[in-house]
Write a protein that binds this ligand. Structure first.
Ligand code: NAI
Ligand code: 13P
Length: 341
């Protein structure tokens, strides 16, 4: 039974990033007195090699499917039941692919600890109500709790290897989470711009699809740099058009230019987009063939961004985002991407 004065952290999600962040959180909560030492991690249950994934994680202390060969601390407890995961939790870390957030929130409505606060590590946007919504706002509106965000240049497998990197958290309520997430190899900077941080995280995945297509076309580094520059300009314009307070400086943080770079060179969105050109197969097929259950976020985000732009009559003002969308969903040949921008 947890003591009321202690913060109890739980993780909602256990994919590639969810598992890497579990390693950091699991270690941090035992370093400080103000945390309960057990961290429950919600696992979308599945059978792996004939065994339940939760059982494998709880006995081998390894998420063999989504983050193989990385030991998780013993105090990370995999739980298949969502409501049991959040029971007594005061600090909730949301780390699931963005298409599943709505369903998860519906199950959690009215079921949280009165002092619960959340942080979202989810890169994506929500358009389910017809307009543009941040994932953090969607969680906040559904669950009536404060929600912060953490985004950065953080390819999960590299974070799990403890290679130094940086990340960005917002000041709003992020300070409550900072101690649980920061470590010497995962340096978390606090900034004052929730929407800017979150939109950087979501939109860079669209840029990475574009960069991967250019890699597949073997057009070289100058072209890729041009695509990245144009992509960052559209990220900034889009963010500042829809959220007036978004700051220029945010794009220079880890969540901004650094995440664009790492994702455009080492991420899954880039890798699958490159294979799309090389093989001619669809993104959907390649996601299944190449990612072993992990999810692409960039193609869906390109579609969501396009729907918002269309509804505002602004498609022509974002030629790069539009061209990426058209390659993903309207059969535009990747080789014609640069002619569109
Ligand atoms: N992997 C990475 O390097 C990073 C990922 N992120 C972001 O973190 C978020 C989560 O991504 P990952 O942890 O990488 O996940 P992932 O893509 O590795 O794994 C997919 C996860 O979704 C779960 N899942 C499948 N169907 C589901 C359903 N119907 N309902 C709920 N969950 C379901 C799977 O069990 C699995 O845990 C994404 O928004 C991603 O952009 C952010 C930084 C780094
Ligand atoms: O967000 C990421 C790195 O910061 C991971 O990007 P991918 O989803 O493209 O692998």
């Amino acid at each position: 039974m947890s003591q009321p004065s202690k913060e109890k952290v739980c993780l909602i999600g256990s994919g590639n990033w969810g598992s890497a962040i579990a390693k950091i959180v699991g270690r941090n909560v035992v370093k400080f007195d103000n945390y309960d030492s057990e961290v429950r991690m919600w696992v979308y249950e599945e059978i792996v090699h004939g065994q339940r994934l939760t059982d494998i994680i709880n006995t081998q202390h390894e998420n063999v499917k989504y983050l193989p060969n990385v030991k998780l601390p013993d105090n990370i407890v995999a739980v298949p039941d969502l409501l049991q995961t959040v029971q007594d939790a005061t600090l909730l870390v949301f780390v699931i692919p963005h298409q599943f957030v709505k369903g998860v929130c519906e199950q959690l409505k009215g079921k949280l600890h009165p002092n619960a606060r959340a942080i979202s590590l989810i890169k994506g946007v929500d358009i389910s109500n017809g307009g543009l919504n941040l994932i953090s706002d969607m969680i906040q509106e559904n669950l009536e709790i404060d929600v912060s965000v953490l985004m950065g240049a953080n390819i999960a497998s590299e974070v799990a290897m403890e290679n130094f990197c940086e990340s960005t958290i917002d000041r709003k309520n992020g300070e409550a989470f900072h101690k649980a997430l920061h470590s010497p190899y995962f340096r978390v900077a606090i900034v004052d711009d929730v929407a800017g941080v979150e939109l950087c995280g979501a939109l860079k995945n669209v840029v990475a699809i574009g960069a991967g297509l250019i890699d597949g076309l073997k057009m070289g580094e100058n072209t890729k740099a041009a695509i990245i520059r144009i992509g960052v300009m559209e990220m900034k314009k889009f963010s500042q058009t829809f959220y007036k307070g978004v700051k220029d400086e945010t794009f220079l943080e880890s969540c901004g230019i650094a995440d664009v770079i790492t994702t455009c060179f080492g991420g899954r969105n880039r890798r699958v987009a490159e294979a799309r050109v090389r093989t001619g197969k669809s993104f959907e097929t390649l996601e299944k063939e190449m990612l072993n259950g992990q999810k692409l976020q960039g193609t869906l985000t390109a579609k969501e961004v396009h729907e918002i732009l269309k509804s505002k009559n602004m498609v022509k003002e974002f030629p790069f985002f539009t061209a990426v969308y058209r390659v993903c969903y309207e059969g535009l040949a990747p080789k014609n991407l640069v002619d569109e921008i």
